[in-house]
Write a protein that binds this ligand. Structure first.
Ligand code: GDP
Ligand code: MG
Length: 306
C-alpha cells in the first residue's frame, strides 16, 4: 500500500486553520492596567499599541506579539464622559467584525477593564454605563467580562487604613475586603448591567497569578459556550498562565483524532510509529505554544526519536 505522510494531518492544524489566533478586544482608560494584564496572560514582553492620535489607541490596528503568534489584540481607550467618539468608534468596529463571515476575523471576547473606585468615587463613566446597558445589542453573543484591576493596590490601602484605625484583625479584615468590593464594585455594576454581567478582579502581581487564571477560565468557558469551540481551544493555546487549561486542551485535541486513532489503529494504518508519534508530538507542542522562534521543539523529536 502506498501512503502519503501528508494524509497524517495533525488535529491542531485543523483547529488553527479555522481559528489561528484568539482575537480579544480590551477596553479601558490609560493606566488602568490593560497592557500589564495582557503581557502576563499571554506571556508577552511588551504590548505595542498603535496610536490613532497621540495617546489614543487605534482599535482597528491588530497587535500580534512576535513571541506569541496565537493571540491578536485590539486595544480601545475607555469611554470618557463628554467624548462620544471612542464609543461610536468601538461600536462600529465591533459591528464590522461581527459581519465578517469567518470565525478568525470575528472578535471572540471583550475585556472591559475598570479600576476599583475610592470610597466616594464613581464606578462607571457615562459612556461605559451606556455600553454595558446596550451590550447585547452591540455584541450579540460575544462574551464581555468586566475586569476590575489592581486588586493588590486596593488591598494594601484597606490594610493600611485598618492599621491606622487600630481595627487590624485578620478575619475581620477579610470580611471588610469582600464587603467593600461588593459595595464599591459588584453591586453598582449589577444595578446598571444586570445580575448576569460577567466580572472578576485581577492583580498582575506575581503572587496573584490565580486571579489571571480565573479570568482566563471565565473567558474560555464563555467563548466555548457562546462563540465556537475552535476559538475556545485557540484561547487555551494562546494563554500562558493556566497549566491545567493546557492539559485540558491537549486532551480535547488528542481526543479529536490522534488518540482515538491509536486505540482503533484506523488513522495510522500504513504509517510508521515514528510518523504517528511525530503528529501527536506536533499537536502537543502546538498546544503548549512555547516561545520557540526556531521551531527547536518541533524538530528535536525527529532528530532524537524520543
Ligand atoms: N500594583 C499594581 N500595579 C499595576 C497592576 N497592573 C498594572 N499596574 C501598573 O499600572 C501602570 C499602568 O499599567 P499599564 O498596563 O501600562 O496600563 P494601560 O495604560 O491600561 O495599558 C503601570 O505602572 C503598571 O506597572 C497591578 O495589578 N498592580
Ligand atoms: Mg497600555
Amino acid at each position: 500500500m502506498i501512503v502519503d505522510i501528508r494524509q497524517l494531518q495533525s488535529a491542531t492544524n485543523d483547529i488553527l486553520q479555522i481559528c489561528p489566533r484568539f482575537r480579544l478586544l480590551v477596553i479601558g482608560k490609560t493606566g488602568v492596567g490593560k497592557s500589564s494584564l495582557i503581557q502576563q496572560a499571554f506571556g508577552i514582553n511588551e504590548v505595542h499599541v498603535s496610536e490613532h492620535r497621540r495617546g489614543e489607541a487605534d482599535i482597528d490596528k491588530e497587535f500580534i506579539a512576535p513571541e506569541n503568534q496565537r493571540f491578536v489584540l485590539h486595544d480601545s481607550q475607555g469611554f470618557e464622559a463628554g467624548d462620544s467618539d471612542c464609543f461610536i468608534t468601538a461600536k462600529d468596529f465591533i459591528d464590522r467584525r461581527r459581519k465578517m463571515p469567518d470565525l478568525r476575523d470575528k472578535i471572540h471576547a471583550v475585556w472591559l477593564c475598570l479600576s476599583i473606585p475610592h470610597a466616594d468615587g464613581r464606578l462607571l463613566e457615562s459612556g461605559v454605563e451606556e455600553f454595558l446597558k446596550l451590550r447585547k445589542e452591540i455584541l450579540g453573543d460575544i462574551p464581555i467580562i468586566v475586569v476590575f484591576t489592581k486588586h493588590d493596590v486596593f488591598v494594601d490601602k484597606l490594610e493600611l487604613d485598618a492599621m491606622d484605625s487600630d481595627e487590624y484583625e485578620e478575619a475581620a479584615l477579610e470580611v471588610l475586603k469582600n464587603d467593600t468590593l461588593s459595595k464599591l464594585c459588584i453591586q453598582p455594576l449589577k444595578e446598571i448591567a444586570g445580575t448576569d454581567i460577567l466580572h472578576t478582579i485581577v492583580s498582575t502581581k506575581k503572587e496573584c497569578e490565580s486571579t489571571i487564571i480565573q479570568l482566563i477560565d471565565l473567558t474560555t468557558t464563555n467563548v466555548e459556550k457562546f462563540v465556537a469551540s475552535e476559538a475556545a481551544l485557540t484561547m487555551m493555546i494562546a494563554q500562558r498562565v493556566d497549566i491545567g487549561l493546557k492539559v485540558k486542551a491537549s486532551i480535547a485535541i488528542g481526543k479529536k483524532r490522534c488518540w482515538r486513532g491509536i486505540s482503533s489503529s484506523m488513522n495510522f494504518i500504513g504509517f510508521t510509529m515514528l510518523d504517528c508519534l511525530s503528529v501527536i508530538h506536533k499537536d502537543v507542542i502546538d498546544v503548549w505554544n512555547f516561545n520557540d522562534p526556531h521551531c527547536v521543539r518541533h524538530v528535536c523529536f525527529h532528530n532524537t526519536g524520543c
